[in-house]
Design a protein around this ligand. Structure first.
Ligand code: TXA
Ligand code: MG
Length: 354
């Protein structure tokens, strides 16, 4: 199958092209498209066979459920059994936008879309290309991130092409995405709302709207005591080919530790910030953004992990970005990419592996 990439101008959308893309979806095919978080790989969510093609194209385990994307508020009731009051308030605050909510599903939603679960994840993206495609495609588009399973999520159409060439007919190219990390997921199917995946909408932002919200315990630890509830969060993810370790401590201690590692082997990758760039004289140094603008760090993370794969380095050391709010989502992805390998630099020369 030949994979076509077509540029779509948000300011002046080509109706003919979006109609064609919508037709592919309605006929049971796959289309990759931009959203404000990451690129998605879309299929008709109510067509079990179409959803099945997503799993095949991604190489995704079949127990890992898909998020249904809608373009209008009214569409929600078509796929969920009830809309709790908290969902109304959260959607007023954050939809359209990077928030996914989990509800009890209606019978019309096939188990092939929900990975066999009786619950369903729903999100209304804000990206105009995504919204128009959803409308043209019949109103319900199941879409995971458009990467091959295990690879970093795509934040540009070229990333999708790298992973999906020959597997899907069409990629809508809307340029680089805005946020660069996948949506926040909140489960509303049990008493207290629970965050199953941190994202741009932080725990604090959610609490500001609905009061009590908990963080899934399985997200906070790397052992097997508590497993993450979102099936997708248990898999090793976003993994670069090189071994990645996160280094935590004072700025001076971290810089000195990483430089020592580069002296041992110059074929080492470094993920640093604008604040520390000048302190790394050797190695494959990549600046992820500025600590003064955490959004820039989120925006570049997945792209940088992909770049290291092209560079072919054998190991990567990253500074740590453990700040409240968006920093939590960044660390969640980085820790997964690192297989939870974190080094705590206590003083200049003594460090402990965690
Ligand atoms: O920002 C996003 O959410 C992007 C864009 C394309 O919208 N999509 C995305 O989808 O990240 P995906 O498939 O890569 O991640 C969906 C996550 C998985 O971890 C999955 O296990 C979880 O959502 N999930 C989906 N339905 C669920 C359900 N019913 N219960 C628990 N977790 C669910
Ligand atoms: Mg994904």
């Amino acid at each position: 199958m030949k994979t076509e990439i077509v540029w779509v101008d948000r300011e002046d959308m080509d109706d003919g092209m979006l109609r064609r893309a919508g037709e592919i979806l309605r006929e049971g095919g796959l289309v990759a498209f931009p959203t404000e978080t990451v690129y998605g790989l879309g299929a008709d969510a109510l067509n079990e066979e179409a959803a099945g093609k997503i799993y095949a194209a991604k190489g995704r385990p079949s127990d890992n459920p898909l998020i249904i994307h809608i373009a209008d508020w009214e569409a929600l009731e078509g796929v969920v059994r009830e809309v709790p009051e908290v969902a109304v308030r959260l959607s007023e605050a954050f939809w359209p936008g990077p928030l996914t909510m989990i509800f009890h599903k209606r019978d019309c939603v096939p188990y092939g879309t929900t990975g066999g679960l009786d619950t369903v994840a729903v999100r209304m993206p804000s990206d105009e290309i995504a919204r128009e495609l959803i409308r043209q495609g019949g109103g319900y588009v199941a879409a995971p991130s458009a990467n091959r399973s295990g690879r970093p999520s795509p934040t540009a159409a070229q990333h999708v092409y790298e992973d999906m060439e020959g597997r899907i007919p069409l990629i809508l190219d809307g340029g680089e995405v805005e946020i660069g990390l996948e949506s926040t997921i909140v489960d509303l199917t049990e008493g207290c709302p629970v965050v199953l995946r941190p994202g741009f909408i932080s725990l604090e932002m959610l609490k500001g709207v609905i009061g009590e919200v908990k963080m899934d315990q399985g997200l906070l630890r790397s052992d097997d005591v508590a497993r993450p509830k979102a099936p997708g969060m248990k898999y090793r993810h976003y993994a670069p080919r090189a071994e990645l370790k996160i280094v935590e401590g004072t700025q001076e201690g971290v810089v000195s530790y990483i430089n020592k590692k580069v002296q041992e082997d110059s074929d080492t990758g470094i993920i640093c910030t604008e604040e520390t760039r000048a302190f790394y004289p050797a190695g494959h140094v990549k600046c992820i953004g500025s600590r003064k603008d955490v959004r820039s760090i989120a925006h570049h993370l997945f792209g940088i992990l992909r770049e290291f794969d092209e560079d072919g380095v054998s190991r990567i050391y990253s500074e740590s970005f453990d700040s409240p709010g968006l920093g939590q989502a960044i660390m969640n992805r980085l820790l997964k990419a690192a297989g939870h390998q974190k080094i705590l630099v206590k003083e200049k020369d003594t460090q402990e592996e965690m």
